[in-house]
Design a protein around this ligand. Structure first.
Ligand code: G4P
Length: 290
């Protein structure tokens, strides 16, 4: 969201330590951590220290922006988490798809905790939760959707600096009004490319040429029909550099003298990819991840 100004976050080591410390403090207030990931890139949209930060606090994973991801791959991710004893749910925070299932899923995650409470004679079954995730994953959109109003309080600084307050989502769920903002694994170049493919990192901090070549390589291998259909291509067995020139010609991205305008076509492809014009896509599969 515009006011959160996510791109200005500068994750210096001091900021990371502060974010980690403040989120650890927030966690003491809650029964449940709701970790938001981008359904298209569940691995790359994860903070590298998340397990350490969460510790043994019960966790529910929400795969957000599932409207943009490949349904069959999202299902594989959910199965993958299940195998690792983590409950995950695919959602779309804009239309509200599966939002109604968040509370029932949270109750499943907390069923042992509720049993413990019951054994101690504590009747309380309401849940206090917080939302955590990297910038741009949809934390404020989700909080506002759950609250059915513009309730979120997002700062443009890593971590959280204000006093927390609670939003009553239902008699069963109270949510901290400020999400925990964590950094992605940006020391990994592949992760940077994936985040950029999803539009979670601004183009101007990345090499547009490398990004579009990487994207075309990925599409050729994983979504060849989408690529062929969108750009009316017959042969995609040529190199991605050559493919850029072919698409430039087809789309009229031509400079004086008939030279392909590569910068323009690179921008066009990246915009079309993010606007779903090439189709719903996932950029990571659970195979080989741990
Ligand atoms: P954050 O608090 O985690 O930083 O994320 P925020 O809610 O601001 O959401 C980031 C962008 O993602 C927003 O787009 C928002 O509308 C979009 N978004 C959030 N959830 C979903 C979802 O489930 N599906 C889809 N398709 N989009 C979602 P924006 O304000 O237009 O920003 P941008 O497009 O300029 O990045």
């Amino acid at each position: 969201m515009a006011e959160s100004n996510q791109y200005n976050i500068q994750w210096f080591p001091g900021h990371m330590a502060k974010a980690k410390r403040e989120i650890s403090q927030m966690m003491r207030l809650v029964d449940l951590v709701i970790e938001l990931k981008d359904a298209r890139i569940p691995y790359s949209s994860t903070n590298p220290m998340i397990n350490e930060i969460i510790g043994n606090k019960p966790r529910l994973i929400l795969l957000n922006k599932s409207d943009m991801a490949d349904k069959s791959i999202t299902k594989k991710w959910i199965d993958y988490y299940k195998k690792n004893n983590i409950i995950a749910l695919d959602i779309d925070s804009i239309t509200g798809y599966n939002i109604k299932n968040i509370i029932p899923y949270a109750k499943i995650v907390l069923s042992d905790e509720f049993k413990k409470r019951e054994a101690k004679g504590i009747k309380k079954t309401s849940i206090r939760a917080m939302i955590l995730g990297i910038p741009n994953v949809g934390k404020s959109t989700l909080i506002n959707k759950l609250a059915k109003r513009k309730a979120v309080n997002v700062g443009d600084k890593p971590g959280v600096t204000k006093t927390q307050s609670w939003i009553k989502i239902s008699p069963e769920l109270d949510l901290l009004d400020t999400p925990g903002i964590l950094w992605p694994k940006f020391e990994d170049k592949e992760v940077g490319i994936k985040l950029a493919m999803c539009g979670s990192i601004k183009d101007d901090i990345l090499d547009l040429e490398a990004l579009s070549i990487n994207s075309l390589d990925y599409l050729k291998e994983n979504y060849p029909d989408n690529l062929k259909n969108r750009y009316n291509l017959e042969d995609i067995s040529i190199s991605s550099n050559e493919l850029l020139e072919v698409i430039a010609n087809k789309r009229g991205c031509i400079l004086k003298g008939g030279i392909p305008d590569l910068e323009r076509v690179e921008k066009l492809i990246m915009n079309e990819l993010r606007d779903l014009k090439i189709g719903r896509m996932s950029y990571e599969k659970p195979e080989g991840r741990n």
